[in-house]
Design a protein around this ligand. Structure first.
Ligand code: HEM
Ligand code: FES
Length: 779
């Protein structure tokens, strides 16, 4: 059947060999869908992720006889291939996917075409030796210096059209600005831009396209000319040794270390990098504008809340990246997703499909600018070859978006048919027509709008900036000193989904505070929290109690869940102290709905001070035990937990005191029984005065970094361009977890259990450090 995998492992072939069926090189016939797959046909050209939905769902690794490649479509499988560049060599990354015809070959020879190794298709150890030599130009500080140039280029182009009312943004600026930026970055003198663009198109078709025999010759002419041009420019630059730019870095290295940075490498790189640096970014920008403008509500949100621009650009790179597939070749028989790819097997990793894999991205087909793991996308590749220029590309996309959302917020996408250059890997519309009403340009009323720029730091977007606006719908006292607050979407839309244990970070004035969600789970229009006034607190709760009123707008991050309810146990004990009832009540609601058996123990000062008693008595009466101290009731944790139960899970939230007592009372329970939510980061913070420096070796990116006493591991990773997601940065949430290969960890987080710590196989990079001098991490 079509739904079976082409598994050729020890168990043999699942299909009956038959003469009519196309075969994989393993001798195993391929499924009908795999046989029909052709990336040059319409479905893949229009939407590669959608065209491979069947594969993600049913046959994630298959052989495509039409292409002669093994196609891989799931996130985890593709990431595993990227990680292991010794088994899966990148040497074919720039190979012609359609072999040259004899006539085309003759043309290329006439031009002495000799494109060979660059960085992206070089094996180890040569690749890392070069990459390390050339990293300096990509540090955040070095890239920051290019921002004013990018800004100026975008602004000049926008000035030229701002009063026109209609434009094809691709033709007006999306390709020319990234090309100019690329040339500046490389130090290449600005040349005939139109000609360079034609060269790039020829190179893309030559490498990733399926040109017809007649086109082949034409394309070969373009590629040959491009090769010659690259050689001439290189020669000119070599004669001017004092120039600045990345190409000059390479020229200098070529003089110092000719065996590491070779002559052919310089020439090949010159040609490849012009394309790598500009076409990728031009197409990514066009894709992003297309996606955002086709959702006017999202575009309006971005105009109103430009802090979201870095997150939105990243989400567009995930949802509609400009590089949709990348290649590797298996240098030995190797298993991917349960399928053995034989030695010499060519692999097409469809990263666009990985980016729509529901096993990694919630609602993957939705463009969600609040998504907090968009940065995990594979559009930049991953591992030791991951795009070196990613932060320059990000910077350009952000500046384009920032200028347009500010100066032309009333921009609209015109109805149009989009066309794409037919190829497997680079994707973006060839034209993007937009229109707007120039009389409504905000700068006509207020000229300051033209230059009121907002800058973003270089690097991956920060989750801290992914905040949404909400409006206070209701404020109500629910117990002594406790306010229950309902929040709604400012436009009356649905609120985001959440699960029991979720919280939001509320941003009010200068305060950011975490509050668990405690409303009805399936209420589509309200998010509810309960806020205890804490006189000893840092002022956030007092502010809320004194100032918050219905109709007010505030911002929040989340919902996010660091306190997830494992729904697989037959029995639960829920324990809440005081305002810690908020996540627990949502858990109780859920367990009741699931028909699980549970007990709920709720301790507090007095009935009057304990929130939700009525609702609890109504909905959870039989499971509920109340312990109001004022009535002499006391929650005896030691007694309650005396007898450990295999099949029982414990969930608790409350003051640190209660949680500490609970941890010791449950010490004899099976590991993993107790789940608590900490709201304080006490103990996780570091003190530069007493820390020691250590070294970290990264196995995927093949880098070694040193972490000084005054920097966290996470900060050091970021400074080296390694994107690690993070959220709380206080050791509470678990999002910055990294796999440890070797070395002893000084754990500072509140996420890992004792057994997980003892395993020494993971750490939270925002707070934990090395016990000794060195750690080896799988990054
Ligand atoms: C490599 C995508 C912008 C320079 C790559 C790879 C991809 C990629 C998929 C291969 C990664 C791998 O094998 O793991 C993109 C996208 C961009 C972009 C989507 C824009 C949105 C740039 C820019 C530059 C650049 C602006 C240069 C200034 C490079 C280099 C490599 C590379 C030098 C080779 C790295 C190596 O193999 O060590 N890029 N790129 N890229 N990119 Fe980019
Ligand atoms: Fe939350 Fe590190 S970012 S634990």
């Amino acid at each position: 059947s079509a739904t079976r995998r082409t598994d050729t492992g020890a168990g043999g072939c699942p299909f009956n060999a038959s003469a009519e069926r196309p075969m994989a090189p393993t001798g195993c016939p391929v499924s009908p869908r795999a046989a029909a797959f052709d990336p040059f046909e319409r479905p893949y050209q229009l939407d590669p992720a959608e065209a491979l939905r069947w594969s993600r769902e049913q046959e994630p690794v298959f052989y495509s006889p039409r292409l002669g490649y093994w196609v891989v479509s799931r996130y985890d499988d593709i990431k595993a291939i990227f990680r292991d560049n010794l088994t899966f060599s990148p040497s074919i990354a720039l190979e012609k996917i359609t072999p040259a015809s004899a006539a085309a070959q003759a043309v290329l020879e006439r031009y002495d075409y000799g494109m060979n190794r660059t960085l992206v298709n070089e094996d180890e150890p040569a690749h890392m030796a070069r990459r390390r030599e050339l990293l300096e130009a990509f540090t955040p500080e070095a890239l920051e210096a290019h921002a004013p140039m990018v800004r100026r280029l975008v602004r000049d182009k926008l000035d030229a059209i701002v009063d026109c009312g209609r434009a094809d943004l691709v033709a007006e600026m999306f390709w020319e600005v990234p090309l100019t930026v690329a040339l500046h970055f490389l130090g290449v003198p600005e040349e005939d831009m139109e000609q360079l663009r034609r060269f790039s198109v020829a190179h893309t078709l030559n490498t990733w396209g399926r040109p017809s025999p007649a086109q082949q010759v034409e394309v070969a002419e373009g590629v040959g000319k491009f090769w010659q041009y690259a050689g001439q420019v290189l020669k000119k630059m070599q004669d001017q040794p004092h120039g600045h730019g990345w190409m000059y870095d390479m020229i200098a290295k070529n003089r110092q270390k000719p065996d590491v940075v070779t002559d052919n490498y310089l020439h090949s790189m010159m040609m490849a990098i012009i394309v790598a640096a500009h076409e990728t970014t031009a197409l990514a920008t066009a894709n992003a504008f297309r996606q955002l403008l086709s959702r006017p509500a999202v575009w309006a949100e971005l105009c109103a809340n430009p802090e979201l621009i870095p997150a939105a650009a990243e989400e567009c790179l995930r949802h509609s990246g400009s590089v949709v597939a990348w290649r590797r070749i298996a240098i030995r028989d190797a298993e991917v997703g349960g399928v053995t790819i034989p030695e010499g097997g060519r692999i097409l990793m469809v990263t666009a499909s990985a980016n729509h894999d529901p096993a990694h991205f919630e609602n993957p087909d939705e463009l969600d600018i609040y998504r907090d793991n968009a940065v995990d996308h594979l559009t930049f590749g991953y591992g030791s070859h991951q795009c070196m220029g990613k932060n320059l590309g990000r910077m350009e996309m952000r500046i384009f978006l920032e200028e347009f959302t500010r100066r032309l917020p009333h921009l609209e996408l015109e109805e149009q048919e989009f066309t794409f250059l037919p190829n497997t890997s680079f994707r973006g519309p060839e034209a993007l027509w937009v229109r707007w009403e120039p009389t409504m340009n905000p700068e006509r009323r207020d000229p300051a709008v033209r230059s009121a720029q907002r800058d973003f730091p270089v690097g991956a977007p920060s989750r801290q900036d992914i905040a949404r606006e909400m409006v206070v719908a209701k404020v109500q006292a629910t117990a002594e000193g406790v306010l229950q607050i309902a929040l709604e979407d400012p436009h009356g839309g649905r609120v985001p989904d959440w699960s029991p244990g979720s919280h939001v970070d509320l941003i009010v004035g200068d305060y950011v505070r975490k509050y668990s969600l405690c409303g009805e789970l399936d209420d589509p229009y309200w998010l509810q929290i309960a806020v205890l006034r804490e006189p000893q607190g840092r002022g956030g709760s007092a502010w809320i109690h004194e100032h918050l009123e219905p109709g007010q707008t505030l911002r929040l991050r989340g919902p996010k869940n660091h306190f997830r309810l494992d729904e697989s146990a037959p029995h639960y004990v829920l324990i809440a102290g005081g305002i810690g009832i908020t996540p627990i009540i949502a858990m109780a609601d859920r367990l009741k709905r699931l028909g699980k058996s549970y007990a709920l123990h709720y301790a507090g000062r007095s009935r009057a001070s304990m929130a939700f008693i009525e609702r609890l008595e109504r909905d959870h009466g039989e499971a509920l035990r109340l312990y109001p101290k004022a009535e002499g009731a006391r929650l005896d944790l030691a007694g309650l937990l005396a007898e450990p139960h295999e099949a029982t899970l414990l969930y608790a939230c409350g003051p640190e005191r209660l949680l500490t007592a609970l941890e010791s009372s449950a010490a004899h329970w099976p590991d993993g029984s107790l789940h608590v939510e900490h709201f304080s980061s006490e103990g996780t913070l570091f003190d530069p005065a007493t820390e020691h420096a250590f070294e970290v070796q990264l196995t995927d990116s093949e880098l070694t970094l040193s972490v000084p006493p005054d920097r966290t591991l996470l900060q050091s990773l970021r400074a080296a361009g390694v994107d690690v997601p993070s959220d709380c940065e206080e050791g509470l949430c678990g999002s910055c977890q990294v796999e440890v290969v070797e070395g002893e960890v000084d754990h500072r987080d509140k996420v890992l259990t004792a057994a997980e710590r003892a395993g020494q196989d993971r750490l939270m990079s925002c707070c934990s450090r090395a016990k000794g001098k060195k750690l080896v991490l799988a990054l």
